[in-house]
Design a protein around this ligand. Structure first.
Ligand code: SME
Length: 163
Protein backbone atom coordinates (compact mmCIF):
# COMPACT_ATOMS: atom_id res chain seq x y z
CA UNK A 1 0.00 0.00 0.00
CA UNK A 2 1.40 3.35 -1.00
CA UNK A 3 0.04 6.39 0.85
CA UNK A 4 0.79 9.69 -0.85
CA UNK A 5 0.33 12.94 1.02
CA UNK A 6 -1.07 15.43 -1.45
CA UNK A 7 -0.88 19.15 -0.82
CA UNK A 8 -3.28 20.64 1.71
CA UNK A 9 -3.69 24.20 2.96
CA UNK A 10 -5.74 23.78 6.11
CA UNK A 11 -6.11 21.23 8.87
CA UNK A 12 -9.65 20.63 7.60
CA UNK A 13 -8.25 19.61 4.22
CA UNK A 14 -5.60 17.45 5.89
CA UNK A 15 -8.13 15.56 8.00
CA UNK A 16 -10.44 15.11 4.98
CA UNK A 17 -7.52 13.58 3.10
CA UNK A 18 -6.72 11.32 6.06
CA UNK A 19 -10.35 10.19 6.25
CA UNK A 20 -10.24 9.20 2.58
CA UNK A 21 -7.07 7.19 3.19
CA UNK A 22 -8.70 5.47 6.18
CA UNK A 23 -11.59 4.37 3.99
CA UNK A 24 -9.11 2.87 1.52
CA UNK A 25 -7.10 1.26 4.33
CA UNK A 26 -10.19 -0.51 5.71
CA UNK A 27 -11.35 -1.55 2.23
CA UNK A 28 -7.96 -3.02 1.42
CA UNK A 29 -7.31 -4.72 4.77
CA UNK A 30 -10.83 -6.05 5.39
CA UNK A 31 -9.55 -6.87 8.88
CA UNK A 32 -10.03 -4.74 11.96
CA UNK A 33 -6.59 -5.07 13.52
CA UNK A 34 -4.67 -4.65 10.26
CA UNK A 35 -6.72 -1.58 9.40
CA UNK A 36 -6.22 0.02 12.83
CA UNK A 37 -2.47 -0.67 12.60
CA UNK A 38 -2.27 1.08 9.24
CA UNK A 39 -4.46 3.91 10.54
CA UNK A 40 -2.04 4.50 13.42
CA UNK A 41 0.81 4.60 10.89
CA UNK A 42 -1.22 7.07 8.81
CA UNK A 43 -1.66 9.37 11.82
CA UNK A 44 2.08 9.26 12.52
CA UNK A 45 2.73 10.09 8.87
CA UNK A 46 0.38 13.09 8.71
CA UNK A 47 0.34 14.65 12.16
CA UNK A 48 3.32 16.85 12.95
CA UNK A 49 4.91 17.29 16.37
CA UNK A 50 3.40 14.20 17.94
CA UNK A 51 5.12 11.40 19.87
CA UNK A 52 2.32 8.83 20.19
CA UNK A 53 -0.72 7.96 18.06
CA UNK A 54 -2.89 4.92 18.38
CA UNK A 55 -5.86 3.11 19.84
CA UNK A 56 -7.20 1.73 23.09
CA UNK A 57 -10.06 -0.72 22.59
CA UNK A 58 -12.85 -1.19 25.14
CA UNK A 59 -13.06 -4.75 26.48
CA UNK A 60 -14.93 -6.28 29.43
CA UNK A 61 -12.52 -5.00 32.06
CA UNK A 62 -11.67 -1.63 30.55
CA UNK A 63 -9.46 -0.23 27.83
CA UNK A 64 -6.77 -2.42 26.32
CA UNK A 65 -3.87 -1.12 24.23
CA UNK A 66 -4.42 -1.52 20.50
CA UNK A 67 -2.28 -0.75 17.45
CA UNK A 68 -0.13 2.35 17.86
CA UNK A 69 3.00 4.23 16.85
CA UNK A 70 5.28 5.48 19.60
CA UNK A 71 6.95 4.25 22.77
CA UNK A 72 5.56 1.18 24.58
CA UNK A 73 2.53 2.26 26.60
CA UNK A 74 0.37 1.13 29.51
CA UNK A 75 -1.56 -1.97 28.40
CA UNK A 76 -4.71 -1.59 30.52
CA UNK A 77 -6.65 1.53 31.52
CA UNK A 78 -9.69 1.39 33.79
CA UNK A 79 -12.78 3.36 32.82
CA UNK A 80 -12.47 6.76 34.49
CA UNK A 81 -8.67 6.56 34.78
CA UNK A 82 -6.42 8.89 32.82
CA UNK A 83 -7.46 10.96 29.86
CA UNK A 84 -8.48 7.86 27.89
CA UNK A 85 -10.60 6.38 30.68
CA UNK A 86 -12.23 9.77 31.23
CA UNK A 87 -13.21 9.93 27.56
CA UNK A 88 -14.97 6.58 27.98
CA UNK A 89 -16.63 7.52 31.28
CA UNK A 90 -17.90 10.84 29.94
CA UNK A 91 -18.48 9.49 26.40
CA UNK A 92 -16.78 12.67 25.21
CA UNK A 93 -13.66 13.83 23.45
CA UNK A 94 -10.90 15.13 25.75
CA UNK A 95 -8.34 17.76 24.83
CA UNK A 96 -5.66 18.45 27.43
CA UNK A 97 -3.31 21.37 26.74
CA UNK A 98 -0.92 20.52 29.57
CA UNK A 99 -0.95 16.95 30.82
CA UNK A 100 1.40 17.84 33.69
CA UNK A 101 -1.25 20.06 35.26
CA UNK A 102 -3.97 17.49 34.63
CA UNK A 103 -4.51 15.40 37.79
CA UNK A 104 -6.07 12.53 35.88
CA UNK A 105 -3.38 11.70 33.39
CA UNK A 106 -1.44 8.47 32.96
CA UNK A 107 2.10 9.19 31.82
CA UNK A 108 3.27 6.72 29.20
CA UNK A 109 5.93 8.78 27.52
CA UNK A 110 7.44 11.43 29.81
CA UNK A 111 7.92 13.60 26.73
CA UNK A 112 4.16 14.02 26.30
CA UNK A 113 2.87 17.51 27.09
CA UNK A 114 -0.53 17.66 25.44
CA UNK A 115 -3.04 15.05 24.39
CA UNK A 116 -6.28 14.56 22.49
CA UNK A 117 -8.50 11.52 23.02
CA UNK A 118 -11.50 10.85 20.79
CA UNK A 119 -14.07 8.11 21.41
CA UNK A 120 -15.09 5.79 18.59
CA UNK A 121 -18.73 4.79 18.86
CA UNK A 122 -20.21 1.72 17.19
CA UNK A 123 -24.00 1.46 17.37
CA UNK A 124 -23.99 4.04 20.18
CA UNK A 125 -21.57 1.99 22.33
CA UNK A 126 -17.96 2.98 22.81
CA UNK A 127 -15.74 0.70 20.79
CA UNK A 128 -12.48 2.37 21.80
CA UNK A 129 -10.60 5.64 21.64
CA UNK A 130 -8.05 7.31 19.40
CA UNK A 131 -5.23 8.74 21.51
CA UNK A 132 -2.66 11.22 20.19
CA UNK A 133 0.10 12.76 22.33
CA UNK A 134 2.40 15.68 21.57
CA UNK A 135 5.71 16.71 23.14
CA UNK A 136 4.65 20.39 23.14
CA UNK A 137 1.89 22.01 25.24
CA UNK A 138 -1.41 22.98 23.56
CA UNK A 139 -0.51 21.19 20.32
CA UNK A 140 -4.17 20.48 19.52
CA UNK A 141 -6.87 23.04 18.76
CA UNK A 142 -10.53 23.09 17.77
CA UNK A 143 -9.67 22.12 14.20
CA UNK A 144 -7.92 19.03 15.54
CA UNK A 145 -10.97 18.25 17.67
CA UNK A 146 -13.21 18.36 14.58
CA UNK A 147 -10.64 16.51 12.48
CA UNK A 148 -10.17 13.71 14.99
CA UNK A 149 -13.94 13.34 15.26
CA UNK A 150 -14.08 12.98 11.47
CA UNK A 151 -11.46 10.22 11.67
CA UNK A 152 -13.39 8.50 14.49
CA UNK A 153 -16.64 8.69 12.49
CA UNK A 154 -14.91 7.28 9.40
CA UNK A 155 -13.54 4.39 11.46
CA UNK A 156 -16.97 3.88 13.04
CA UNK A 157 -18.61 3.50 9.61
CA UNK A 158 -15.95 1.08 8.44
CA UNK A 159 -16.04 -1.01 11.64
CA UNK A 160 -19.80 -1.27 11.39
CA UNK A 161 -19.27 -2.72 7.90
CA UNK A 162 -16.75 -5.27 9.19
CA UNK A 163 -18.70 -6.55 12.22
N1 SME B 1 -1.98 9.43 28.67
C1 SME B 1 -3.00 8.45 28.52
C2 SME B 1 -2.43 7.07 28.65
C3 SME B 1 -2.00 6.48 27.36
S1 SME B 1 -0.58 7.13 26.73
O1 SME B 1 -0.76 8.56 26.48
C4 SME B 1 -0.23 6.40 25.30
C5 SME B 1 -4.08 8.67 29.56
O2 SME B 1 -3.91 9.49 30.46
O3 SME B 1 -5.11 8.01 29.47
Amino acid sequence: MDITITEFHTKQEMYAQMAQHIQNIFDEAADLYAALANTSALMALYLEVINWAGFYLLKEKGLVLGPFQGKPAVAHIQIGDGVCGTAVLERAQQRVDDVHSCCNHIACDLNSSSEIVTPIFVKDRIFGVIDVDSPIPARFDEEDEKGMRLLAETIEQKITGLL
